[in-house]
Design a protein around this ligand. Structure first.
Ligand code: FES
Ligand SMILES: [Fe+2]
Length: 445
């Protein structure tokens, strides 16, 4: 019997990947429905809507969504589509408003989504308009450590189950402090790339010493960063883990050094070291010693399109992706630290960032290679580290033996297949939560 699944794109035995998934329009259309229509999607951060009636305009896949905080403080993700003919009811990026009025015929919605008023309800509609059923379409909303997620799927599991043991790692960056984090930005730009190329890249440390050689040399020379090489990576104790579609690379070190963040240089090292030392007791209380001291999340992605912290890769067709780059800083960190992280983050991964420009060229070419009938006949090779990953006694998820491996890429495309082939959430497997979450940190922060 043949394979009844519609999508079988990654061969788990050989690591061969069908590259048509980076350009095929019909595949893309299925992704919008089967992945972006049902997964929990990162859409923003609570710090973007701190006060009652604040709103922030965002997207779930291709669809415009208004993240609101209503008068009672409740968050909503409202589809920005008037229920009458479909105009957008909000046309600005953010603000504070109790209501949104459609500028076509004037239907007016409360910031909790309810349709409050339609002109001529008695005179034109003869009091027959079923206002109660015509509120803005709402997605389910849940938060993790201040990061706001939403899903269109009524049958989706809880966000906690969706993140699963990935949260054990994510906590080490996003849930370290009692006062939480603050999102700055976003900086937005378009790239001529398929959205999956950069999600795949979040666990690709193999490219770093090659693609980023010149950028890394600049950093060594001017910021005093240690030089990058394949040799350093091959002996690195750092690892990759994979949980429920989420890819995590993490540092395994007990050197009492500050976590690597953008903005660390020889000039600012003292500042970061002092902050690290001063906040360690709090981090240990919240996360336990192992996670506070030794597990330091590095590059990662949250399925499907959350990349490197609070950055969104919004699909805009198979050959285009809109980037939303936020900088997350700890809310009560000293202003000087926030400033250098903000500048460092943009200098690395902003629109004109040194590293970002190296990366975009790779993703553009990977995407472009899938558009030709001849080139797409030949598969990608994702065979690195086959058979060298499994459960680990200290770390949850499926853990790769080495820092350099394509295990996470293979598993990401397998997760992609699971979503693309499922008729409903009931057919999408979810790993149970088995990690031991030492410390006081919770989903709520
Ligand atoms: S389209 Fe919005 S009021 Fe008619
Ligand atoms: Fe890169």
């Amino acid at each position: 019997m043949g394979d009844a699944r519609k999508y079988a794109v990654i061969d788990p035995v050989t690591g061969k990947l069908d590259r048509r998934i980076f350009s095929d329009q019909a595949t893309y259309d299925d992704e919008m429905e089967r992945i972006f229509g049902r997964a929990w999607l990162m859409i923003g951060h609570e710090s973007l809507v701190p006060e009652p009636d604040d709103f922030f305009h965002t997207y779930m896949g291709e669809d415009p969504v208004i993240l609101t905080r209503d008068g009672q403080g409740q968050l909503h993700a409202l589809l920005n589509m008037c229920r009458h003919r479909g105009n957008r009811v909000c046309r600005v990026d953010d603000g504070n408003a109790k209501r949104f009025m459609c500028t076509y015929h004037g239907w007016t919605y409360c910031n909790d989504g309810a349709l409050e008023y339609a002109p001529g309800e008695s005179e034109a509609y003869y009091d027959a308009l079923d206002r109660a059923s015509l509120g803005l379409i709402q997605a389910r909303v849940e938060t993790y450590a201040g990061i706001v997620f939403a899903t269109w799927a009524k049958d989706a599991p809880s966000l906690e189950a969706y993140l699963g043991d990935a949260r054990w790692y994510l906590d080490t960056v996003f849930n370290r402090r009692d006062d939480g984090m603050q999102a700055l930005g976003p900086m937005k730009w378009l790239e001529p790339v398929n959205w999956k190329t950069l999600v795949d890249n979040c666990s690709d440390n193999y490219h770093v010493p090659t693609s980023h050689l010149s950028s890394a040399r600049v950093q060594s020379r001017f910021l005093g960063r240690p030089p990058l090489s394949h040799e350093v990576q091959f002996v690195s104790p750092n690892k990759h883990a994979f949980v429920n579609g989420h890819s995590l690379t993490f540092r395994d070190a007990d050197d009492n050094m500050p976590r690597y963040v953008h903005g660390v240089s020889k000039e600012t090292m003292r500042l970061f070291q002092d902050y690290h030392d001063a906040t360690m007791p709090e981090a240990e209380r919240r996360l336990g010693s192992l996670r506070a001291r030794r597990v330091q999340l590095a590059n990662h992605s949250i399925f499907p399109n959350g990349i490197l912290g609070l950055r969104l890769a919004l699909p805009r067709g198979p050959l285009k992706t809109e980037f939303w780059h936020f900088v997350l800083v700890e809310q009560d960190a000293p202003e000087e630290i926030k400033r250098v992280i903000r500048i460092g983050s943009q200098a690395n991964n902003g629109a004109a960032g040194l590293f970002e420009q190296d990366d975009v060229d790779n993703w553009r070419q990977v995407t472009e290679a899938s558009t030709s009938r001849l080139r797409r006949r030949h598969t990608q090779d994702l065979s690195m580290g086959l058979g060298h990953a499994g459960p680990h006694s200290d770390y949850p998820g499926l853990v790769s033996e080495r820092y350099i491996s394509e295990n996470n890429q293979r598993l990401f495309y397998r997760r992609w297949e699971e979503f693309m082939n499922a008729e409903s959430w009931a057919q999408i497997p979810l790993d149970p939560i088995t990690a031991h979450f030492d410390g006081t940190a919770t989903m709520r922060g």
